[in-house]
Design a protein. Structure first.
Length: 201
């Protein structure tokens, strides 16, 4: 029985070793590819532009709220003056009530705008990431099939995933540059890599 178990184990080890030898493995630094793909630069610029537009709109909305708050405070203070005729005080109180409602409306609109802006930006970022990754993965898959690779491993590392899928790689079978050449084949001539990217950070 013991001899049979040892024989079976040896067969399994041999089979696994033979399978590993038949594998043709390539590596790729996906982060390097993403950061140097011209489509990432274009989409990142559009994303940052949209982000800046929303920031400016939020700033304008905040100015309107601050003006309404200032007006309400001034009118409210006028209702506390004891040397004014009763009819004037009554009018000031009515104006203070209107100013309060206006301020409340602008405060609610500002909060809603900020919430929607954050949601929309997050949705756009996720959608754009998925679209770019799909193109990158499709190109990697085609290249792997063309060159007969049975497995492609990602060697990149970032803060969100500090554990490498590959501990050591000589770089001999790295196809990152090949993939970038294909992806950037249609890159506009004057398009340059930006100093900072937000989409994949």
């Amino acid at each position: 029985m013991k001899k049979l178990i040892l024989t079976s184990l040896a067969c399994l080890i041999f089979a696994f070793g033979a399978q590993a030898q038949s594998q043709k493995i390539a590596t790729i630094d996906v982060r390097k590819v993403l950061e140097n793909y011209y489509l990432t630069w274009q989409e990142d610029a559009a994303y940052q532009q949209e982000n800046q537009r929303l920031v400016q709109e939020a700033a304008e909305a905040h100015k309107l709220y601050e003006a309404a708050d200032k007006k309400f405070t001034e009118i409210l203070n006028s209702t506390k003056a004891k040397d004014l005729p009763p009819e004037v005080l009554s009018k000031n109180e009515q104006e203070a009530a209107k100013a309060f409602e206006e301020r409340k409306k602008l405060e609610s609109a500002l909060a809603s705008f900020r919430e929607n802006a954050i949601k929309n930006l997050a949705a756009r970022k996720k959608r754009t990431q998925q679209d770019i990754l799909k193109k990158v993965n499709e190109t990697i898959a085609k290249q792997a099939q063309k060159e007969g690779y049975t497995l492609v491993l990602n060697t990149s590392i970032d803060a969100s995933n500090p554990y490498r899928a590959v501990i050591f790689d000589s770089g001999k079978h790295d196809i990152s540059d090949e993939i970038l050449l294909q992806l950037n084949a249609t890159k506009p001539e004057k398009l340059a890599k930006p100093e900072s990217l937000l989409l994949f950070n």
